[in-house]
Ligand binder design. Structure first.
Ligand code: CP
Length: 299
């Protein structure tokens, strides 16, 4: 694999290999990327993805060049195309981590890039490295991925993290995905068709309370304000699923709550102290998984 564009590219063998490497990197310092340069090029806001990739690269002995808010602070503001920017950055970096507001932007970048492109989120498209760290979190916290029942909750129409995660879960055995969303924010038919083709069972509901006691993972997501055309439309759905301690008490004993973050109001802070709250651990596991991926792509 040269570029990381979408979750479907990963085989189960490769995921296992990356997770083993992530475990190893947690225990043993490694500076094997000394002399390598990673460019993080972000056209959309980010806290976790940009910093965790940069932290991962630095922890492996490499260096980082970066632009945040590239729409404004890169030559895109002067009218430079994405393709031209990528061609130029190829002269400065050994790998490019790209977040862009347009679905398909990473694919376009990969077509003109001699160095690996990692999709760090492309509009409402995909966020494959988030999905990898989500799977790694499930494995670390529950001890297995096969046989898991997972509720994907919230804005499933615009959420790229759940799209990428659903594709990756399609590679595991005896998974059941419970999609939970308002009718207008349901997951796309491309995902459902993929799951059907890969014999992954799923069901859909708009009622979180109905399913919360029977799942191993509640994967909560934000209603994506920036993807709605009007504030009025967004406000119709804001706060439609809120996880508080009352709901947490209904969950199975050995179960976890995940969230790619950032959160707005969909998990109340009263839940943070619960042993089920795995969302800040996800951010920690993300550094390990991204270290493993950078090492794999650059070694
Ligand atoms: N989970 C995630 O992609 O977070 P950021 O938008 O902060 O990178």
């Amino acid at each position: 694999m040269k570029h990381v564009i979408e979750s479907q590219q990963f085989t189960r063998d490769l995921i296992d290999k990356l997770f083993r490497l992530a475990h190893k990197l947690e225990k043993k310092p490694d500076n094997s990327l000394k002399g390598k340069i990673m460019a993080s090029v972000f056209y959309e806001p980010s806290t976790r993805t940009r910093f965790s990739f940069e932290s991962a690269m630095i922890r492996l002995g490499g260096n980082v060049i970066t632009t945040e808010n590239a729409k404004e602070f890169s030559s895109a503001a002067k009218g430079e195309t994405l393709e031209d920017s990528i061609r130029v950055i190829n002269n400065y970096a050994d790998i490019i981590v790209l977040r862009h507001h347009e679905q398909g932007a990473s694919k376009r970048a990969s077509l003109v890039s001699g160095v690996p492109i990692i999709n760090a989120g492309d509009g409402i498209g995909q966020h494959p490295t988030q999905a990898l760290l989500d799977l790694y979190t499930i494995e670390r916290e529950l001890g297995k991925i096969d046989g898991t029942v997972i509720a994907l909750v919230g804005d499933l129409k615009h959420g790229r993290t759940i799209r990428s995660l659903a594709y990756l879960l399609g590679k595991y055995k005896n998974i059941h995905i419970q999609f939970v969303s308002p009718a207008a924010l349901r997951v796309g038919s491309d995902i459902k068709d993929y799951l059907t083709r890969h014999k992954v069972s799923y069901s859909e509901t708009d009622d979180l309370e109905l399913v919360v006691s029977s799942v191993d993972v509640v994967y909560q997501t934000r209603i994506q304000k920036e993807r709605f055309t009007t504030t009025k439309e967004y406000l119709k759905y804001k706060g439609c699923y809120q996880i508080g301690t009352t709901l947490v008490k209904q969950m199975k004993k050995k179960s976890i709550i995940m969230h790619p973050l950032p959160r707005v109001d969909e998990i109340l802070s009263e839940v943070d102290a619960s042993p089920k709250a795995a969302y800040f651990k996800q951010a920690r596991y993300g550094v390990l998984v991204r270290m493993a991926l950078l090492k794999y792509l650059l070694s």
